[in-house]
Ligand binder design. Structure first.
Ligand code: UD1
Ligand code: CA
Length: 451
């Protein structure tokens, strides 16, 4: 029996009061709709079909090839949205429907709903939750035998119906043939919309089999309609992430001020100190110590690295390298084993070898540094000539004196040295000492550790 999933994400998200489509508002660094996509993929073993409309191109671009797309050019309600997927889902025997603004439904829950649906031979199955806070959800109507007979939206519910604590989560299973045959017959609601929720009453009128699964975990079915619910979802998911990593052997000295995005991967014995943000896709090796006061984004941090009060973005730190306080690794920075960066050291689009030392106020951009290079205080690469970015090569064992300006393109040879304040405009041969403005070679044949 082939099961395919549809995820509805075409709505405007009016209550968000945003120029961005609701589906793309991030939760723990991941677009909201991504969560439903992953859950649906896990349960069906196939890419889900995402219905897009409002700012659909942006949604499509952000999701990429994790899903198929179906367009709903006019947002005429959840029932109408599902109908747009009819042609694309011809192969399906069972259709799962999820809402893109309901990120935390667990795959196990969806699987249970599906199993119940198939076991019961139902045409329609709905997931429901019991909650004191109705959150604007539709209320579930049941008959005297406790069978589900309808869903009434909060806006049109009677006071008596509003007292019903069982709510519609917006997660459904349908017999595909029944769905495609009956969707076109949904009534048009006063607001000009076709509600998917009306399939329940339709099935009841036809006397076909329905089933429902009641859960009590409200967090799982939070529907993010506004910024308050967005913040509530963000907190819930961040708590889960923190708990998961602590259980996996990570120390968070102050969990409440540690922000770990959903796609971060941490090894055991990582220690994270307060006010630290691990964003995007980061991988952190065993025993690394990060924080306090760090932002690390889309970076790879090796084993036993130390990062203190620093910003690392799009960078790689090899094992046991150490930066901060106040270092900045920018995109394309790669620093080698045991390399050390201190205050106000900035590295961009450059590779630093092992045991490089760059202690104070310096900038390395568009450069390659060999092993054991020393960058003196205030030394910088002048990589930009106003038109293009030029490369600097500093070979192994070179010693760059304080306040040296390396005017790129330029090479400092292995074991060479530059004097304090040198403005280096020409290549410095290996083993020589260059000094002055502009710098000239004043000694040759330096041995390592002399000059
Ligand atoms: C919906 C349900 C409600 C349920 C709640 C659970 C309906 C009519 N109501 O209400 O019973 O308790 O979810 O969270 O289904 N969408 C489209 N195209 C449209 C309209 C909506 O793709 O034309 C998408 C939205 O982008 C959203 C989802 O469908 O992801 C749900 O729409 P929304 O307007 O948020 O419905 P709710 O009012 O929350
Ligand atoms: Ca909603």
């Amino acid at each position: 029996m082939k099961t395919l999933a549809v995820i509805l994400a075409a709505g405007l998200g009016k209550r968000m009061k945003s120029q961005w489509p609701k589906a793309l508002h991030p939760i723990a660094g991941r677009p909201m709709v991504d969560y439903a996509i992953r859950t649906a993929s896990a349960v069906t073993g196939a890419k889900p079909y995402v219905v897009v409309g409002h700012a659909g191109a942006a949604v499509q671009e952000a999701i990429g090839d994790a899903a198929h797309f179906v367009w709903q050019t006019e947002q005429l309600g959840t029932g109408h949205a599902v109908l747009q997927a009819r042609a694309a889902l011809q192969e399906a025997d069972v259709v799962l429907v999820l809402y893109g603004d309901t990120p935390f439904v667990k795959p196990e829950t969806l699987q249970r709903l599906l199993d119940n649906h198939i076991r019961a031979g139902a045409k329609v199955s709905a997931l429901t939750v019991v909650s004191d806070d109705s959150m604007g959800f539709g209320h579930i109507l049941r008959d005297a035998q406790d069978e589900i007979i309808g869903i009434v939206e909060e806006a049109v519910a009677t006071p008596e119906q509003l007292r019903i604590k069982e709510l519609n989560c917006g997660v459904y299973c349908f017999d595909a043939a029944w769905l495609w045959q009956n969707l076109p017959d949904l009534p048009l609601r006063p607001k000009g919309e076709y509600y998917l929720t009306d399939t329940i009453a339709l099935a009841v009128r036809q006397g076909v089999k329905l089933s429902s699964l009641v859960i009590d975990n409200l967090v799982e079915v939070l529907g993010i309609n506004d910024r308050l619910l967005l913040a509530r979802a963000e907190k819930a998911v961040r708590d889960q992430i923190r708990e998961r990593w602590m259980r996996a052997g990570v120390t968070l000295t102050d969990p409440a001020t540690t922000y770990i995005d959903a796609d971060v991967v941490l090894a055991p014995d990582v220690v994270i100190h307060p006010n630290t943000h691990l964003q995007g896709r980061c991988v952190v090796g065993e025993g690394a110590v990060i924080g306090p006061n760090c932002i690390v984004r889309d970076s790879q941090i090796g084993r036993r690295c130390v990062i203190t009060a620093s910003v690392v973005e799009g960078a790689v730190m090899e094992d046991e390298s150490n930066i901060g306080p106040f270092s900045h690794l920018r995109p394309g920075a790669r620093i080698g084993r045991h390399t050390y960066l201190g205050n106000f050291a900035e590295v961009k689009n450059s590779t630093l070898g092992a045991r490089v030392s760059m202690g104070h106020f310096s900038y390395i951009g568009d450069a390659s540094l060999g092993d054991d290079v020393n960058i003196g205080a205030g030394a910088i690469t002048c990589n930009y000539d106003g038109v293009r970015k030029n490369h600097t090569e500093i070979e192994a064992g070179a010693f760059i004196g304080s306040d040296t300006m390396l005017v790129a393109p330029v090479t400092v040879g292995a074991g060479a040295r530059t004097g304090a304040g040198a403005v280096v405009t020409k290549d410095v041969p290996p083993g020589s000492l260059a000094a002055g403005v502009p710098a000239r070679v004043i000694r040759r044949g330096l041995q390592k550790g002399t000059a």
